[in-house]
Write a protein that binds this ligand. Structure first.
Ligand code: NDP
Ligand code: 8X3
Length: 256
């Protein structure tokens, strides 16, 4: 890579995995471009990281807006423009109820964010990543829900299956460029994910994580950092993680 200082571009850095990822890379001396919709949180993150000596550029950005994504990438300050690692993390689940009870708008929001948003950011940064070349990486946040169906998973799980397959197909097209692509697919992790999924039901979120040991944002950020800093000739295609106290269930059977 041309620049000896690596640069991370992470979406959804206002919470959960994205914020922990920004902190992890910054602590290792990477420049960080951190984006999300909640400006105050980005400002707080920037203040925290700068106090620790990090170089961070923040961008209030909705990944669903392709034009805004394109302009934001084009307007990156020179010091932050040579992105060497894209972490496509922004995403959400909505509507944990059965498919037949879901508002269509919630399905659209998940597709617009997890699928369209992710391809918007990837498309805008591909030329830069290819220019960075050998050792650069795209790390997409998939999910166990992209592989394993469960009740209430409907469009969320399908959107994460898209993320996985999109990553594999990208690898085919990026062969020879040196750019790596990885689907990091976590299971139960304690973030604001369930608060968002239940539209603000803190008690439901607390119930899900109570009495067990979900993975923490720092656990996932550590694995993302590991993937990004592997030797340039190594590509992890997919990394699936679960809390030790999470596993699969038997098939459900409908009986008379
Ligand atoms: P959080 O809700 O804590 O964080 C989600 C982040 O995504 C926030 O920073 C939010 O920022 C951002 N985001 C959501 N919509 C948009 C948008 N339209 N434009 C830009 N940013 C957006 O959840 P997690 O950290 O858990 O989730 C991060 C990723 O990990 C998601 O893709 C999720 O699907 C995935 N994941 C989560 C798991 C879990 O159990 N927690 C397990 C497996 C995968 P803001 O609202 O400020 O825009
Ligand atoms: C989030 C993890 O198990 O709720 O992607 O689908 S799960």
């Amino acid at each position: 890579m041309a620049d000896s200082i690596n640069t991370l571009f992470v979406t959804g850095a206002t919470s959960g995995f994205g914020r922990a990822t920004a902190r992890r890379f910054a602590a290792a001396g990477w420049r960080v471009v951190a984006s999300g919709r909640r400006t105050e949180r980005l400002e707080a993150l920037a203040e925290e990281l700068r106090a620790n000596g990090a170089e961070i550029h923040i961008m209030t950005l909705d990944v669903r807006d392709a034009d805004a994504v394109k302009k934001a990438v084009a307007a990156l300050p020179a010091d932050f423009a040579k992105v060497t690692c894209l972490v496509n993390n922004a995403g959400l689940a909505l509507a944990p109820e059965p498919a037949q009870k879901v508002d269509l708008a919630d399905w659209h929001t998940m597709i617009d964010t997890n699928v369209t948003g992710l391809v918007n950011v990837t498309h805008a940064l591909l030329p830069t990543l290819i220019e960075s070349g050998r050792g650069a990486s795209i790390i997409n946040l998939g999910s166990v829900a992209g592989q394993w169906p469960y009740p209430g998973g409907h469009v969320y799980g399908a959107s994460k299956a898209f993320v996985e397959q999109f990553g594999y197909n990208l690898r085919c097209d990026l062969l020879g460029t040196g750019v790596r692509v990885t689907d990091v697919a976590p299971g139960l992790s304690e973030t604001e994910f369930t608060l968002v999924r239940t539209k603000g039901d803190q008690a439901a979120s607390d119930r899900l994580y109570a009495g067990t040991e979900p993975m923490q944002p720092e656990d996932i950020a550590e694995q993302i950092f590991h993937v990004a800093t592997l030797p340039a000739h190594v590509n992890i295609n997919r990394m699936e993680l679960m809390a030790t106290r999470q596993a699969w269930s038997p098939f459900a059977i409908d009986r008379d």
